[in-house]
Design a protein around this ligand. Structure first.
Ligand code: GLV
Ligand code: MN
Ligand code: MN
Length: 423
């Protein structure tokens, strides 16, 4: 592959790694230390700065909007609207992999460089986008930047979201220099393509080069605070306790059991996870007085999400009298399942066939900004294999050959979609 893209991804992958170091092969990965660059952190600033520098070097005109989304634009030769947009995100989960999000951003910049070198005449403008806060690892909501762009959340409401330190998104973006004033209008965009690592085992296990995504799963997040009473672990009789962690344990089990039962009986792909749980005060000889936890429920059908969320919420409320605790429930807006554009799917498929690569049409079990974009513009996704199906973990990896296949398909797809008379 062109070393350029590899160099970009390796450079970008050092930001948020402690200690900071570059990783260019699977064998260099540390199973305990991935990348951590939630929105507004120093690492998030560093990778954004590097990205903007790369965009400018690639000849793109850079603008930042009010939610910190970055746009790098290459003018079209015939029209100034009907943009072909491509990109992804640069924030990460806590201890994640270096390609989740960054791959889609730097592949898009590389695609533009290739078009320019080939003197390819893109009739429509091309814009590379970096969405703010895709992961929801800092500011509660996931897919934040694309939700604002798609009009699902008001910009001012999103800017008021707070991180774990009580800092508002607005202040966090200002602190890292990414609180812009550009007002991007989505009606100037014709289509969106997101290139991403699959984050699951399908392509890797079946030895397939390219996944062409048809649907993206929907998901619901519920943030729960259980308040009991902290007390002495030795002196408080069992019957007199208000143990918040005992209630939390019941919730963990209920989510897992209900998701399993639903999958078994309905044949659905519903999944339910509690991956975040904070115990207060977290002392060996103290009855836990408070627990905060987050529930993640996913399914391809919104009605299943709503049904399962309701069931779990009813269960949690019943715990109040049984466990002597107060259960406060905050629901984030549902990220609805998305059906991607048959036109863009076809364009991606056509590009893949042109290179003689194996492909599979598939669904995404991970959430992506593409699902918000799909509510307003024709949208498609290109997946490349994840080694052993690992993601959101330090051992996430994709081979350089697979990355080259992805960028080749992306570049050709942009060529196809940037023509005015393509239909
Ligand atoms: C985003 O990566 C998600 O699927 O949670
Ligand atoms: Mn992710
Ligand atoms: Mn991602």
């Amino acid at each position: 592959m062109a070393n350029r893209l590899k160099d970009d991804l390796v450079t970008a992958g050092q930001y948020g790694r402690e200690p900071q170091r570059t990783v260019s092969s699977y064998s260099q990965l540390d199973p305990d230390k991935g990348v951590t660059r939630p929105t507004g952190t120093e690492a998030n600033k560093k990778i954004r700065d590097f990205c903007v520098k790369s965009m400018v070097a690639a000849g793109l005109t850079v603008k930042i909007d009010r939610i910190g989304n970055i746009y790098g634009r290459k003018e079209g030769s015939k029209v100034s609207d009907g943009i072909v947009m491509c990109g992804s995100h640069l924030d990460s989960v806590v201890n994640g992999g270096q390609f989740d999000g960054a791959l889609g951003v730097f592949s898009s910049i590389e695609a533009v460089r290739r078009l320019t070198e080939e003197h390819f005449e893109n009739e429509r403008p091309i814009e590379v986008v970096v969405f703010t806060g895709e992961e929801g690892s800092a500011f509660g909501f996931s897919l934040l930047g694309s939700a604002v762009l798609a009009g699902k959340i008001e910009t001012d409401d999103a800017l008021m979201q707070k991180n774990i330190n009580g800092q508002k998104l607005k202040d966090a973006l200002e602190a890292i220099g990414y609180l812009g004033d550009f007002e991007k209008q989505l009606n100037t965009v014709d289509c969106f393509i997101e290139t991403h690592v699959e984050q699951g085992p399908v392509l890797y296990n079946e030895n397939i080069s390219i996944g062409v995504v048809e649907n993206i799963v929907g998901y619901a997040w519920v943030t729960v605070t259980i308040t009991g009473e902290s007390n002495h672990a030795g002196t408080t009789p069992m019957k007199m306790r208000k143990d918040a962690l005992v209630a939390a344990a019941e919730i963990v089990t209920a989510v897992n059991r209900n998701a399993n039962d639903f999958a078994d009986t309905q044949g659905s792909g519903l999944v339910g996870t509690i991956g975040k749980l904070v115990v207060f005060p977290n002392g060996i000889n103290i009855v836990p007085g408070k627990v905060e936890l987050c529930i993640d429920i996913r399914d391809g059908f919104e009605k299943n999400l709503l049904m399962m969320r309701k069931k779990i919420c009813t269960f949690m409320k019943e715990l109040e009298s049984r466990c002597g605790v107060i259960v406060d429930i905050q629901m984030s807006p549902i990220n609805t399942p998305a059906h991607l554009s048959p036109d863009v799917v076809q364009a991606i498929e056509g590009s893949t066939k042109q290179f003689g690569l194996s492909l599979k049409r598939m669904n995404s079990g991970a959430g992506h900004d593409a699902q918000n974009m799909a509510t307003k513009v024709k949208t498609g996704m290109i997946f490349v294999p994840s080694v052993k199906g690992i993601s959101h973990a330090p051992l996430e990896w994709t081979t350089w050959d697979d990355i080259e296949n992805g960028v080749a398909v992306l570049t050709q797809t942009i060529k196809t979609l940037s023509k005015l008379d393509r239909n």
